[in-house]
Design a protein. Structure first.
Length: 646
């Protein structure tokens, strides 16, 4: 009964919080809590039609809106004609207007005809009480550049003119900065040019005119960082009459240092690559979410509101496959315990919750999972969210044999190896590269810091000067003057990429990427006198850090947070491949929650619904493989004479 009353109270409080937000929500306060909604990508890839989208929006309105799910987002390539030969990186299948701007494919979006764009779809979504979002790519499309369309000046309604001439797509396009994972699709524009700014402004003013409430901006962050475009888009959005939530995606190889450059410009930013329905993807989110919580990035002040590190969509229910030309046709590969783990981590890390499955075929178990009132309460209103390292584990084999072999998370022995990644060039950890000659014809670039580990050999890459021979290569000569390739020591025809050629999953977060050597900007590097190694594509610098290779690599994790009415949330995660008992001492938990007496806490475990007891100062639970236990604790507040006098 106590457990039921606690759950009911939290549900009523959460619903009241959502209603209050809807009533008092100001256009000047965007994303005050992590946004929540549905995105079409996991279930439809790029193939969704207007009818399918509006059917899905209707179900979100009827079944999920009362639980705070308010955005419905059509993901990428809504402008691509669904015909034979079209796929995610095909060229020549897009629908553009006279100004080179993407407009919805009328074959899939019939209401867009006669220049209406997404206006009627947005109106339909708004009539359901929801908000409408779209996915957009970086810069300008290759198709618009090839057509050399004029640039719209939204101030005059005609072609943009400067220095006595009309400016066109080829004048502003930077071909050397094509999107790494969609090289035939889009490229950056030169923001230093008035025409480049005019083009981007024309895009976002059009989105606002359509009634867009949410923009998911792709291929401008992580390995694909284009800080100039992000900054200018953020500036334009601040000036629009319509409030638009600004989201960045994806976030392969993102670090807190890199994110600090954008957290004040946007509302959401992905901190992983694409998350799909594999345990490896779920597991890989633990380190990165810990790092962003430690850096106090959760809920930072930002574009007309707050910004939230985004762990990507929830790939539950009826799905498609990455990059597929086919709609939903299979069920999620994650089992129930893994889904509970994902929901719990997303809640404790306060990630935006964007459901990715086909809502038209949502099953009762999945529905209960994504609408769990305590999970949603934690996601929206908890504070002081952080990973809690002071736990111990007892696996099932040890338990069955009677061996009390407890392994503490903080006592695991470690060894170290190199991890190559990117960071802002202003960060101190970007400085550490030197050049050295091996012989007359061979030079290498090495990272000399060994982080105090004398047995960790320096990481070195061979330097190869660029020789432009063909006419095609000479096009890039001026742009890449003074740059060079960095070649893998064991594979001389493979060069270091600053960005992947595809949307990597989050499990490859730590991995440096080598691919066959090309003239792409993402493979061009320059060593500066201050010891930084900068990439031509993103303007980011390469850095190296030691990575722990732990004996207990499967691991056990825990997170804690504070509820808005004083309750304490504790989550245990079993990332190993066998059932285990996970425990934490209340004396250790009390170090986080100062002033609390945890010796007499009462509460419940969320997923089982059972009441819990703390025995001999220990909070403990048997957790299934890949599973989680989530506790809601109500503990006495203890005031010492010192504290009460403050």
């Amino acid at each position: 009964m106590k457990c039921f009353l606690i759950s009911l109270c939290i549900l009523l409080c959460f619903q009241q919080g959502v209603k209050s937000k809807n009533v008092s929500d100001s256009d000047l306060q965007l994303a005050s809590i992590p946004p929540r909604g549905w995105n079409s990508y996991d279930s439809f890839s790029w193939t969704i039609s207007e009818q399918e989208f509006l059917q899905s929006a209707e179900i979100v309105s009827q079944r999920l809106h009362d639980h705070g799910y308010e955005y419905v987002v059509v993901d990428y390539l809504w402008y691509r004609r669904k015909v034979e030969g079209a796929y995610h990186d095909s060229l020549g299948f897009d629908v553009i207007d006279e100004w080179g701007r993407m407009i919805p494919d009328p074959g899939r979006w019939p209401s867009s005809q006669d220049g209406k764009g997404f206006s009627e779809v947005a109106n339909g979504v708004h009539s359901m009480g929801l908000k409408f979002g779209i996915h957009v790519m970086r810069g300008i499309s290759t198709q618009a550049v090839n057509a050399n369309t004029p640039i719209l000046d939204t101030a005059t309604g005609g072609a943009y003119q400067e220095s006595g001439r009309v400016w066109r797509a080829k004048d502003i396009a930077i071909r050397e900065r094509a999107c790494a994972w969609m090289p035939h699709g889009f490229m950056s524009v030169d923001i230093k040019l008035g025409a480049g700014k005019a083009f981007l402004r024309s895009l976002y003013e059009q989105y606002a005119a359509w009634g867009v409430d949410f923009v998911k901006h792709d291929c401008v962050f992580g390995d694909d960082l284009d800080l100039n475009e992000i900054s200018y888009v953020s500036e334009v959005l601040r000036e629009l009459d319509r409030a638009i939530v600004y989201s960045l995606s994806p976030g392969t190889s993102v670090t807190p240092a890199m994110a600090k450059d954008v957290s004040g410009l946007v509302n959401l930013y992905r901190i992983t690559g694409d998350d799909w329905d594999t345990w490896g993807d779920v597991k890989a989110h633990f380190d990165v979410s810990r790092d962003f919580a430690t850096a106090n990035m959760i809920g930072a002040k930002s574009l007309m509101g707050n910004s939230w590190p985004d762990l990507d969509m929830l790939p539950f229910g009826w799905l498609t496959d990455p990059g597929s030309n086919e709609g939903p046709h299979r069920y999620s590969n994650l089992h129930l315990e893994e889904k509970k783990t994902q929901m719990t981590l997303w809640a404790m890390a306060k990630s935006p919750l964007m459901y990715g499955g086909d809502v038209r075929k949502i099953d009762p178990t999945t529905y209960d999972l994504i609408t769990n009132p305590i999970i949603l309460e934690i996601n929206s209103f908890s504070t002081n969210n952080m990973e809690f390292p002071y736990i111990s584990s007892l696996n099932s084999e040890d338990q069955d044999s009677g061996r009390q072999m407890r392994r503490s998370y903080r006592e695991i022995k470690t060894s170290y190896t190199h991890s190559l990644s990117l960071t802002s060039c202003t960060e101190s950890n970007a400085n550490g590269w030197t050049s050295e000659s091996l012989n007359q014809n061979l030079e290498r670039i090495c990272w000399k810091r060994n982080f105090g580990y004398k047995h960790l050999a320096p990481l070195c890459l061979h330097k190869r000067e660029l020789n432009f021979i063909s006419d095609e290569e000479n096009v890039y000569q001026d742009y890449h003057q003074g740059k060079y390739h960095l070649v893998a020591v064991d594979r001389i025809k493979f060069c270091l990429d600053a960005s992947p050629k595809r949307k990597l999953t989050s499990k490859e977060f730590e991995r440096g990427t080598f691919s066959p050597c090309r003239w792409d900007s993402n493979q061009m590097w320059q060593l500066n006198l201050n010891g930084t190694l900068v990439n031509s594509y993103s303007g980011l610098c390469a850095t190296v850090k030691p990575v722990k290779a732990t004996i207990n690599s499967a691991g056990f994790r825990s997170w804690v947070a504070t509820g808005r009415t004083g309750e304490i949330y504790v989550a245990f995660f079993n990332l190993s491949d066998q059932k285990a008992v996970i425990s934490a001492q209340t004396s250790d938990i009390a170090k986080v929650f100062l002033g609390r007496d945890l010796s007499a806490c009462k509460g419940s475990e969320v997923w089982s619904g059972s009441d819990i007891e703390i025995t001999q100062g220990t909070l403990s639970a048997e957790v299934e493989m890949h599973g989680t236990a989530l506790f809601v604790l109500n503990c006495h507040l203890v005031w010492s004479p010192q504290k009460s006098s403050m």
